[in-house]
Each structure stands twice: as C-alpha cells, then as structure tokens.
Design a protein around this ligand. Sequence first.
Ligand SMILES: Nc1ncnc2c1ncn2[C@@H]1O[C@H](COP(=O)(O)OP(=O)(O)OP(=O)(O)O)[C@@H](O)[C@H]1O
Length: 291
Amino acid sequence: MITVSGLTKKYGDRTVVDQVSFELEPGTVTGFLGPNGAGKSTTMRMITGLVPASAGHALVAGRPYTELPNPGAVMGTLLDAAGVHPGRTGRTHLRLLAATLGVPDRRVDEVLEMVDLTGAGGRRIGGYSLGMRQRLGIAAALLADPPVLMFDEPANGLDPEGIRWMRDLLRGHAARGGTVLLSSHLLGEVEHTVDRLLVIGSGRIVADGPIRELLAGSGTEVRALDPASFAAALTEAGLEVQHRDGDVLVVPGVDPEHVGALAAAGGHALIDLRRSGRGLEELFFQLTEAS
Ligand SMILES: Nc1ncnc2c1ncn2[C@@H]1O[C@H](COP(=O)(O)OP(=O)(O)OP(=O)(O)O)[C@@H](O)[C@H]1O
C-alpha cells in the first residue's frame, strides 16, 4: 500500500532523511520509531508531498499521494494537530473536510462518536485540550474511511486511557485489512500496538523487522550452584560462555531449553535460567547511538 524508495531530504548541505526505503503491507501496524529530530516527520511529510523530496519517491496505492484523485479517501493522515482554525467548532471543521472529501454529513457524527468528541463537537476548537485536538485530528483522518492511516506522534497529549483507546482503534483498523504507520519517540507507546518496527536514527533506517524478532533474546543467562564447573561443561559442549556480575553465565545465540538440557544431562544444579532479553529500550538506544 505504501512504497518508499530511496527517500532523501537535504536542507542545505545537511541530509536529514537519508535513503529511506520500506514497504507497508495491508493488515499490519508499523511503528516508525526514533528520537527527536531523527527524521520521522520529514519522511511522513515527503510521503504526502507536503515536503518535496530531494531524491527518491513514495507511492501510496501505486501513485504519488498528490496524484491520487481523492487522496484523503486512500490515506488518512495526522501530521499537525495544531493546523486547524481555532474559531470553528469541531463539527464545522469536520463538515468542511467532509465536503471536500465527498463524504456525507452523517459520517461527521459517526467519527465524532468514534473519537469520543460527540459532546464537544459544538465547541470551538480554540478551547480544546491538546488531547481533544489529537482526537479531532484522528476523526478527520477517519472521515473517508481510508484503507491507509499515517499518524505522526498520535499519542501526543493523550492520557494512558487515550493511548489504550488509540491502540484498539489502530489494531482494529489493521484487523479489518487496513495499513497503519504511526510514529513515536517513545518505545512504550508503540510496543503493544505495532507488528513491525522501523527504527530511524539520524535520518537512516537502522532496524526494520517484526517487533517479536527485534525483541527476541539473543541467548541465555544462567546461574548454577557451581558456576565454574558448569561453565567448563558448557565450553566442553562447544558453546561460548561469557561471565557477568560474578556468577552469571551468558551463552550467546543458544536457547534456554538447550542450556537447561545440558545442565540436566551433566547433573548441574541451576539457580536461574532465562532468555537474555534485550529490552526494547536497550535495543533502541543501541541502534540510535550506532547511527
Ligand atoms: N524546514 C526545515 N529546515 C531545516 N531543517 C529542518 C526543517 N524541517 C526539519 N528540519 C530538521 O530535520 C531534522 C529531522 O526533523 P524531523 O521533524 O523530521 O524529526 P522527527 O524525527 O520527526 O523528530 P520530532 O519527534 O522531534 O518531530 C531535524 O534536525 C530538524 O531540525
């Protein structure tokens, strides 16, 4: 649904997005993750044509977004929740958008209901909280019920309940075959929402894969009653053993099942056996620092 190829943005001699390529498939939620200033917003703006690319291209449903006959009916975007007229009511704002999208007025009430703004629809946007503006922006993106949703930092201003609500909304969209790209600079916000992670650091994609694979432990941590003799047994079995924090043995690239079976076979008593989980946090910092 979205194909991004070699997308690059230069401001003067600074390259802020550098050869970014990815494809997004229907039925998945992809998290676009990176620290502030990594290039997420610029990439999303290039996908919509709001910012012209210095090189590369982005296609939505096979065409540049701006060349689609009714772009908002193909991809709903949340890029800048502040860009609305503060004097208008939420309902009027959505009605004007609905008219340009060719969407009937009754859909406005449906989306207001979906984002829990039915009661506030008649109030001026200038009096909305940041979270309410985010919800209004999401309502606008949903108006034409587009198959693709692209949200830049949608959790901004939402409370934990709001974040859970958004998670259900985006997961529900993907479950119905939709395609979702959402950006965040906070791992915890997207960890339980996304199927796949695209991590960007200093304008470059530094990791791309199913979240489960990116988070999978890379080995085993084990503590034995007699660490020295168990370490010798592991080495004898041809495994690499690293020592950590005194008595913790780390066996890279080997599952706990295998390490446990070796312990049982050799009669070694274990105190602790676990997959060495690279926390998402750690992965994130490693990747972004490396870039
Ligand atoms: N119009 C512009 N002119 C010059 N530099 C810009 C412009 N827009 C963005 N940048 C720079 O490009 C880099 C990437 O910015 P971008 O907003 O895409 O990052 P981001 O990952 O979305 O971060 P954030 O979460 O802070 O929005 C930043 O260093 C920013 O200062």
